[in-house]
Ligand binder design. Sequence first.
Ligand code: ADP
Ligand code: ZN
Length: 781
Amino acid sequence: MTAPSLFNTGTRRRAEPPAATGPHSGLFANVVFDRPLDTEYTYAVPTDLVETVGVGKRVEAPFGRGGKVTIGFCVRVTDQPPSAAFETKALLRVLDGDAIIDDHLMKLTRWIADYYLCGWGQVLHAVVPAGVRENAGTRVAAFVEPVPRESLPNPLPSVTPQQKAALDKLKKEGRPLEITQLARIAKCTTGVVAGLVKKGLLRKFSERIETEAGGARGLPGEGEELAAPTPLAPLELNADQKRVWEQVRAALHSDGGYKPFLLHGVTGSGKTEVYLRAIEEVVKQGKEAIVLVPEISLTPQTISRFSGRCGNVAVLHSHLTDAERGGYWRRVATGHVQVVVGARSAVFAPTRKLGLIVIDEEHENSFKQESTPRYHARDVAVMRARLEGIPLLMGSATPSLESWSNAARGNYTLLSMPNRVESRPMPAVKVIDLRHEPKPSGKHFAIGATLEKAMRDTLKSKGQIILLLNRRGFSTHVHCQACGHVAQCQNCDLALTFHRTKAALVCHFCGYETAPFQNCPSCSQPGMRYQGLGTEKLHAEIEEKFPGSVCQRMDSDTMAKPGSHQRVLDAFRDGLIHILVGTQMIAKGLDFPNVTLVGVVNADVGLHLPDFRSAERTFQILAQVAGRAGRGDKGGQVLVQTFTPEHPCITLASNHDFVTFAGQELAHRKEHQYPPFHRMARLIVRSEKEEAAGAFADTLAAAFAEATKRAQAGGAAVAQVRILGPAECPVFRLNNYYRFHFQVQSADSGVLHTVLRDVLAIAKPPSGVEFQVDIDPFSML
Ligand code: ADP
Ligand code: ZN
C-alpha cells in the first residue's frame, strides 16, 4: 500500500534549456566546481544563455587543462569583466530551468566552505543529492495541448472521428496531456494524436517530469511502504512539559527570529511530545520543519510518531536510491512536504519556508560527517537557523559538552525536564566491581554471578533484558603464546578480530579478512590464543547459560541487511526475544516498557582510548543504555560491570547525574585547553610511502611556523595558537596509508582559521601525498 501523503506531488515542470551558440552578452558568470580549491571561475555568458543563467543553477563550462566540459554551480552573475588580462572562456550550457539551490542554501554552503576549509563547489556537490544532479527519477515527456483559436489553420482541416474524439477529450481535460496518456484516455493509438499535431490542431512540446517509479519508500529497505499513519492524539502535557512548551511556543509565535533552545530531558521525560507540538505549530503556520535524528533512530516507530500528527512527512535515510533521494528533494523544493525527518544530510533539505529545526539526541557523533565536507550537522543547523532567522530545538538526556557550555554562556536557552513522565522513577543502577566477582572453577565468564542471578530473576518474572557490550566479533585479540605475535591487519596497524560465524579474522576498519590460523604465522608454533570478548562470544555464553530463552544479537554484523534492525525490534516488542545483546546500537532511543533489566557487560570499553572525549562518550552510552530500563509500570534496574568502579563517569552515570559530570569534565577540558574552550583542528597527512608522508609533514611544520609568525605580526597575539605535531597518528598505518597528524588549538576560532588558511595556501602536497583538514574533529585515531 502506498502512503498518499508521500506520493501526492503532482508534476513539476522544468523546460529543457537549450545549448549555447550565440555571441557574448556582456554578462559574466562565476562558477565553482567539485574541487578542493576554493576558487570561483569566471565565464562569459553568451547572449542565448542570458535568460536562463542564474545563481544556484548548474552549468557546463570548459575547465582545466584541455578545457574539459565540466559541470559546476553558478554562484554569481555580474556585468563586471574579470580583472585578469587573459581571455575569458564562454559558458556552454545551463542545466537547470529553476535554481536548485536557493539564496539561504547558497549562504549556508558558502559558510561551510569557509568554516570547514574546503571548496564551495565540493560543498554544493555534496549537498545536492546525486539523484537531483543526474535528474534520476525524472524523464522527458512529450505533451500536447490545443492550439489557441487565433493560431488555428484557416480553413480548418477535416478530422477523422477518432481524431475528433481525442480532441474533445483533451479539451475536456483542460490541461496539457502526455501523448501516451491522451491516447489511453481516448482509446486510440498515438498515431491518431500525431495526426492532429500534423494538421496544426494540437501543439506538441517536451518537458522533464518525475517518473512515478521515482517515488520513495518510507522505510529502510525491503520495498515495503509506510502504511497510512493513524493520527495519534496529542498527549496531555505534564507540568515540566508545559513549562518547556510555553517557552518554545512563545518563540514560535514571536517574530523574534533565531532562537536556539537546548532541551535537557532525562531518558523517558517525554521530549518527543514537545518536538511534536512545536512541529504541529509550525505546520499550522504554513511553514516547514526539519527534524534531525541519528540514522539508527529512523525506525517506523519514530517515523509513525511524526507522520501521524504533522502533515506530509518525508523520511530521508541511507537506504534510499538516488532516484528516491532526488524525488524527495524535488518534492520538498516544490512545497509538497511539511516535515523532513532524516539523518545529518537532512539539514540541507531545500524547504521553501523553514519555520523550525529540531535535533533529537543532539550529542550523537553520527551528526559529524567523516568525509569532505567534514561538517557537523548540529553546527550547520545552528548556522542555518541563524541565517533563516528561526527557532532551533536541540534535545538530549546527555547533551554534548559543546552545547552544554553554549547554554551556560547564554548562547542557547536551557530548558530542562528532570523527571520521567507519570512520576516513573529513574532505574536503580548498581555498579559491580569485576575484581571482586567470584570466578567459578577459575573459568572466566563475561557475565558475572551477580548479573547472572539478576537475569534469571528477570526471566522468571517475564521481564525482558538488554545487554550492552560495545565490541563486535568473537575474540578481539588473537595472539601466539610462544612468541607473542598478535594477528594484525595487512593494511592497518590494528589487531584483527575473530568472527566465528564468518570463520574469519577481520579488520574492523578496512574490512580485510583472512582465515584463522592454528599455527603462529610468525614462529610456526601451535597454540594461538583467542582472547578478548565481543558480542558474538557473549551471545554464545548466554545460549549456554540460558538454554530456554531466546537471545538475539544486534550489531553491525547481524544488522547489515536493510530492514533487519526493524524486524528484530518488532520481535522484541512482541516478546518473541527475551534477551537482546548488542553494541551501542541498542543503547539509543528504544522505548520498550517490558525491559526491566539492563546489563552493561563491560563499562570500561572505550574509556581508555587516546581521545579527549572518551569519558564523555562513556558517560553518554551508560546513561543512554540505563535509560532503556524501567520505562513501564514494572520498573527496572541496571547492573554495570566494571574494573574501574571509582571512575567518575561510571559513578555519576549510575547516579543519573549529568549536571555534575558535565561540570567536572568541563573543568578538566578547560585546564587542558580542549574543546569547547579551545577550538581544535586536525590536519592529517597521508601517503602510501612512509618517507613521502613524513617529508611533507615536515614541510607543513615549517609552513605552520611561518603562518603563526605572520598571524602574530598581524596583531593576533591576543590568542595563541598551539600546534602539536607532526606526530604519527595513534593508528599510524590505516588502509595502507602512513599517516601523520597535527593538532592545532586556539581559544580564538578566527585565529585558528587564519593560520590554517595560510598554511593551506603555502603548502601544496606533492603527488602521492594527500592531506585532510578536520575542523572540530571527532575522530582522533
Ligand atoms: P524521551 O525521548 O525523553 O526519552 P519519550 O518522548 O520517548 O521520552 O517519551 C517516553 C514515553 O512517555 C513515551 O511512551 C511517550 O508516549 C510517553 N509520554 C510522553 N509524554 C507523556 C505525557 N505527558 N503523559 C503520559 N505519557 C507521556
Ligand atoms: Zn585494516
